[in-house]
Write a protein of this length. Sequence first.
Length: 503
Amino acid sequence: ERLAGWGLLYSHSLPSVFPSSDFFSAPFQRVSSTAPMKFNVAVRLLLIQALGLVLPTSAVNWRLRKSHQTSKLAVRHEALLFAKGRGKQRLQAGAAAVETMKIVHKTAYWGQMSLGTPPQQFKVIFDTGSGNLIVPAADCNVPGCAPHRKYNSKASSSSSFVTNERGEGSSEITFGTGQVSGDFYKDKLCIGPSLCFDANFIAADKMTTEPFEDIPFDGIMGLGFKDLSMGDGFNIVDDLQSRATVPGGNGQFSFYVSDGDDSEVTFGGYRAERLASDIVWAPVKVESWWQVAIDDITFNNMPKNLCNGKCQVAVDTGTSMLAGPSDLVDKLSSMVDAKDDCSNFDQLPNLGFQIGNTVLNLRPDDYMDKSSAGCSFSLMALDVPPPKGPVFIFGDPFLRRFVTIYDRSKPAVGFAVAKHSDTDEAEASRLIARVAGGGSAGESDTSSRNQGSNPFAVNLHLDAGLMGRSDGGESDASSSSSSSQDSSSSSSSSSSSPRKQKS
């Protein structure tokens, strides 16, 4: 299989790792300006699409393993996380491009967890688009690890080196921008003081300078399905269902995110007070990403007959973008017909995604770039081949509109309007609405917002900020110590810096 600019489409054990080309060594170089970074990464993503993922074993320039040499090496490619670029969106030059990027939303959300006995604390991004837990290791001395907390296996009485069922004891992973390398360990994982279990993970002894030196969190907790993980026992979602002890949890977790300081992830269910509507459920079609089918795309709730039963959506908490198949993105851009000068912005339609007889709507503010420089359609074009593609990606702009609930036991994804301070019942009824003009779609699977709320769920506060660095060279994201048992803690996460990754 080959990588089409996103996700994990390839998994194999190889004795060698990355070819000795400028393309793969580029992540080691510091990129000082935002615009060159965007174009550089866009070119790299296109090259990945063209070349596929079968890497030549004769060309090696990143041999990182230095311990446990008797175990095999696992190679993974996860190119959405840390990917940057604008895809098929209209390219703007000079001051116009800079001004467009000054529309500020949070582009990363992270929370606290711990590993080991006694516990070692880490900040991680909770990513439904990948499947491994990765933290820096104590022996990682490269710049990519320097700002972050590091896992010390020797300081934990419950730590052990492990291999997977294929005899692999280490791994190397390529992301959309950057690479990591590390060994496999098992140790006690705690999400909050009450949700603890033994988990397998990667302790990274190499992390490229870009992007890891500048990210505001230490590591990544993948919350995708098992085929994205390093093997049996490495999937956190399965661990949460089989090992974690949350009464009434039913294998669920959920996300509520905002541009304020009240974002959170809930393990063991969801918080009904975060929901402004009942829940619309969609079954997972491919157990890899949290990927569901949609019946059609709508404008102001009117179906446009664009899908023919073939559209799918992956809900991804690890990306700040919206994206879709290039042919549909081109069609949608043409049909929306937004004027460059924003003269028809107030007349633009709600862009909806139909599930049964229900529509999940995005407002023009969600799918358009608007600034003093003008307006442009903001969906990226991204082509993922079958069997996982074609697929849309719902990142942060969608997640700020809807609480998303991930149910491993079904499996299914639930959607409810997020209850922000400016969301009343009328607004909620516009965001989740009935299909206009009838149609042949069946009834949606819905449940009451109060039906599955779990008082025993573990609510973990998420800090929020921007990825990367601002023009002034300082970190775009600010974090605070997080409360893990309730959502009452606060985060000073405001920022006015330009976004490097536009949603």
